[in-house]
Every structure is written in C-alpha cells, then in structure tokens.
Design a protein around this ligand. Structure first.
Ligand code: FPP
Length: 246
C-alpha cells in the first residue's frame, strides 16, 4: 500500500539517475556494475509508475555529455541499454507501456538504435504509461534544434515570425505531445539540472535525494511522490489565490 492521494498524482515524473559510479566504488566494483544495478532501479520505478497510475515517466539514460566518458564505459552503457530494452520489451507490451525516444537518433550506435526503434514501434499504440528514454539527449541542443526547424518553416513560408508563442515553440521540441514534468527527481545529492529538459522544467517541483540511483527503488520513489503531494504549486500566483481556486 502506497497511501498516495489519487487526486494529486503527478502526471509526469522526470528522473536524473545519478550515482551509479559512486555506488559501485563504495563496493569496490567497477562503474559498469553500478550501471547494471541502476538498471534494476529503472525496472522498479517503471513498475511503480504503472501501478500508481502516473501516465508519463522520463529517464535521463544517456546525455550528449556522456560521450566524454572513457570509451569502455560508453560502450558498456550502450550494450546495457540495448540488452535492457530487448529483455524488457515483452513485459512492457504485456503492461501496455509505450516507449518513446527523446534525443538525436544520429550518433546512437546502429544496433542500439534498431532496438530502440523496434521498442518504440511495437509499443506505439499503448497508453497505460509512457516511458520516455532520453538517449543522446541535451536540453540546449533540443532548443536549438526546435529554433532551426522554426527558421526553416519561416524560410519556406509555412510559419510567420509573429505567430511564434511559447506554445507553438514547444511543438517543435522532442516532447511535443507530452505534458511538462510535474516532478523532477535527482538522486545522489547533486543540485544541478545538467542540461536536462531545460524548457520543460520551468515550473517543475524539484526533489533531490542523497540516495544513489541503484538504491532508489519503489519505496524511495513513493516517498518522492509523497513529498510532491505535500508541496503547494503556485505557478507565479499567491498561496491565497491557489487555495481559493475551485
Ligand atoms: C549516472 O551515474 C548514470 C548514468 C550516466 C547512466 C544512467 C544509466 C542507467 C541507470 C543504466 C540503465 C538505464 C536504463 C534506461 C536501462 P554516474 O555514473 O554519473 O554516477 P557517479 O556520479 O556516481 O559517477
């Protein structure tokens, strides 16, 4: 029993899964063992979201900056991602979970990309939960890409500069059809956004925990959602205004 208020569930939870390396180091294991343990936490959090009834979950699995890690770690991460997507696909389908990709397809190793695209295609009709995998993703890059697409549309005469609004701009992002996150969880205590969903996090509640990602399982996830339910979201208004709204 998770005892969460069903009326105040976040629609979208985004996660910066940090601390795999430190988790491994503490156990005198190599960093890849930390990522492997982290994959277990991914499984646990996906299952929790599905059970609780949270419709969108976004996981920061591989950033544009992660390419700068040692080659062996980069290769191991992609291998793990490929293996994980392949092994989880039957359960995802059984539970009617849709997989989406946020980020650049270009640059992702071909065999991994095939696995991602297969999972996206096979689960496209499901809506019980949408899991967005941010792979080869960078927030600034996403915004520049949207600006470029808009400039091209203006150049071709399909858009006019005076039509541009925040809502229109958002339709050019990878997250075009996805509501902004209500809650961002970052594990392992760092207080940074790290180029994640820069546009979409404008009004998101931030939850930072010292727990390392491999130790972050269902209990810790529910505690994060419980903390979210204690917050008062004001969106620039006063507390009195919010409390008087119907
Ligand atoms: C950060 O920990 C984690 C990553 C860069 C990768 C996240 C990947 C996983 C959790 C693996 C599985 C993912 C999926 C979607 C199956 P870190 O290595 O930066 O930790 P550190 O800061 O302690 O070194």
């Amino acid at each position: 029993m998770h005892r969460l208020d069903p009326q105040k569930l976040p629609r979208h939870v985004a996660v910066i899964m940090d601390g795999n390396g430190r988790w491994a180091q503490k156990r005198l294991l190599n960093r890849v063992a930390g990522h492997e343990a982290g994959a277990e936490s991914v499984r646990a959090v996906v299952r929790s979201c599905r059970e609780i009834g949270i419709p969108y979950l976004t996981l920061y699995a591989f950033s544009k900056e992660n390419w700068q890690r040692p080659r062996t770690e980069v290769e191991a991460l992609w291998r793990l991602l490929k293996r994980f997507i392949r092994s989880e696909l039957p359960e995802l389908m059984e539970r009617e979970i849709r997989v989406c990709h946020l980020g650049d397809a270009e640059g992702i190793p071909e065999d991994v990309l095939r696995e991602v695209q297969n999972a996206v295609a096979q689960t496209a009709s499901f809506r019980a939960l949408t899991v967005n995998l941010a792979l080869n993703y960078g927030g600034r890059h996403e915004i520049v890409r949207a600006a470029r697409l808009l400039m091209e549309a203006v150049h071709h005469g399909t858009r006019r500069p005076e039509d541009l609004t925040p809502e229109l701009f958002a339709t050019y992002l990878f997250t075009a059809d996805i509501p902004d996150p209500d809650l961002l969880i970052r594990t392992s205590g760092e207080c940074r956004i790290s180029n994640f969903l820069l546009w979409q996090l404008a009004y998101t509640e931030l939850y930072i925990t010292e727990t390392l990602w491999p130790d972050f399982r269902e209990e810790q996830f529910i505690e994060a959602v419980r903390e979210y339910q204690r917050r008062e979201r004001r969106f620039g208004k006063t507390g009195e205004q919010i409390r008087c709204e119907p």
